[in-house]
Design a binder for this molecule. Structure first.
Ligand code: SF4
Length: 469
């Protein structure tokens, strides 16, 4: 069962005690982060490309309704069927209707976070349809009955040893220490599933408005097999994935793999603009595109619209010191890390994930890593402002007092002097130069950090003395 986002602190404490998880996170985030830095560093002008990518996404968002209509018109003209889903329930209902219409018993699916977001797998299972994940990481998660912990690398939270244990337990893999052999074993199991499937599913990394094309990038070739072998292809795509032109796509497709996995380009770039023409022997005869809203329109109409520019590369997760320490499952949401801490409260309702915007040191590593320069720290601060009312009473009172003191200079200076004298007196009673432990109700603050000593002279006094004239 997915964890509760509002129990982030408790989930994080348990994660910090999990030595296996810590090993997996150290390896995974370090590798991903350093590969990204190298790959972005190879670009002649990475800063300019980032701004170009950002511009492409922001232009698409500016004209989102028109772009989506364009996508629908182009796809429909080539024989695809476009369905709109306001929420997760409607999206699941569309998929189940398609399955009934085509008498689907078995299906395969390439990696897609939106299908996780709409809880599609349990709904299909309940309807008696076998849906097999074909991305290796997602497949491991599926046979382990757990959840992905990263938007690009679903098993970032598992060591190779743990994956081997799961594969030996659940699908009878013989012991091996070779990751290549483990991959081959899973590949052999999955090959049969493609051939048996009545339907294949995918998400979509980009929706290109000028031609109405769904683009799926992947490295394992599973997206091509999942969508090309079965007779029916269903793509569930979030409405924010639209980009205006192929030129914009060319910009973004340079940024996405470099930021996600440190590759110059993914191994496969799959483009779908309609079902296979009658003259083609291969490819699906029916192609459905489900355009998913599920709260995105509300984000679009809010101060947080910039969050929709995210291309789901996962770079901000890998760069974040909080994610690096506690992993994705602690967030209790499909979308974890810094961008998840924004998107989850906006999609689920702010009060239902109120702990997440506070799960950040606001160091800014996420913004620096983001290939489309999304201002994540500012949005986290805005969410904290919006969530003041759910804070503990002492924090609410403290912040109000802080705000009042900051807007009254005399009170601020007098309070500072008094606090400095009191802190010095308290420190000298314990024989040190600073306070180790604040008294209740502030003691939580000093559980993990020191209370820094006050400077001998305040900045105001220094300024008056040295620059006042
Ligand atoms: S916010 Fe930026 S860095 Fe994070 S996943 Fe989205 S695009 Fe990547």
């Amino acid at each position: 069962m997915e964890k509760d986002p509002n129990l982030f602190v408790e989930n994080a404490a348990a994660a910090l005690d999990d030595t296996d998880l810590q090993t997996a996170l150290d390896r995974g985030t370090y590798n991903a982060n350093s590969r990204r830095v190298v790959a972005m560093g190879e670009l002649e002008d990475a800063a300019a490309l980032r701004q170009q990518g950002r511009g492409a996404k922001l232009r698409a968002l500016h004209d989102l309704p028109e772009m989506l209509e364009q996508v629908e018109a182009k796809l429909t003209r080539r024989g695809a069927r476009v369905l709109w889903a306001t929420d997760a329930e409607e999206a699941r209902a569309h998929v189940l209707d398609i399955c009934r219409k085509h008498d689907v018993k078995r299906a395969v699916k390439s990696k897609s976070m939106v299908t996780e977001e709409i809880y599609l797998l349990p709904a299909l299972e309940q309807a008696g349809i076998e849906m097999v994940e074909t991305d290796l990481g997602e497949y491991i998660v599926q046979i382990d009955h757990s959840h992905p912990s990263h938007i690009v690398m679903p098993i970032m939270h598992m060591t190779k040893e743990r994956v081997r244990g799961i594969m030996m337990d659940k699908i009878g893999m013989p012991y091996t220490d070779d990751a290549g052999e483990m991959t081959l074993y899973a590949r052999k199991m999955l090959r049969e599933k493609y051939l048996q499937a009545d339907l294949g599913m995918s998400g979509g990394n980009f929706l290109i408005a000028e031609t109405g094309t769904v683009v799926v990038v992947c490295n394992e070739g599973n997206a091509r097999l999942s969508t090309g072998v079965p007779p029916v292809h269903v793509a569930v795509v979030g409405i924010e994935k639209v980009v205006p032109t192929w030129e914009d796509f060319v910009t973004l497709v340079q940024l996405l793999p470099r930021s996600a996995t440190g590759q110059r380009m993914t191994v496969y770039v799959n483009c779908f603009s309609g079902p296979a023409p009658a003259t083609e022997a291969d490819g699906p005869q029916d192609f459905y595109v489900i355009l998913l809203d599920n709260g995105r329109s509300n984000i679009y109409a809010s101060d947080y619209a910039e969050a929709l520019a995210c291309i789901r590369c996962g770079a901000c997760l890998n760069a974040c010191p909080v994610y690096q320490s506690v992993g994705g499952l602690s967030y209790g949401s499909v979308y974890s890390g810094p961008i998840g801490a924004i998107v989850t409260p906006l999609l689920k309702g702010k009060e239902n994930a109120s702990a997440l915007p506070f799960a950040s040191s606001l160091c800014g590593a996420c913004k620096s890593a983001c290939p489309v320069d999304i201002n994540i720290p500012d949005m986290l601060l805005m969410l904290r402002r919006d969530l003041q009312h759910v804070q503990e009473p002492q924090i609410q009172v403290g912040m109000k007092g802080y705000g009042f003191a900051f807007s009254h200079p005399l009170l601020y200076q007098t309070g500072g002097r008094l606090a400095s004298i009191a802190a010095r007196a308290a420190a000298s009673m314990t024989g040190g130069d600073h306070i180790d432990q604040l008294p209740p109700p502030f003691d939580g603050w000093t559980q993990e950090r020191d209370f820094p000593p006050f400077a001998a002279q305040s900045f105001h006094d220094w300024w008056r003395e040295n620059r006042g004239k």
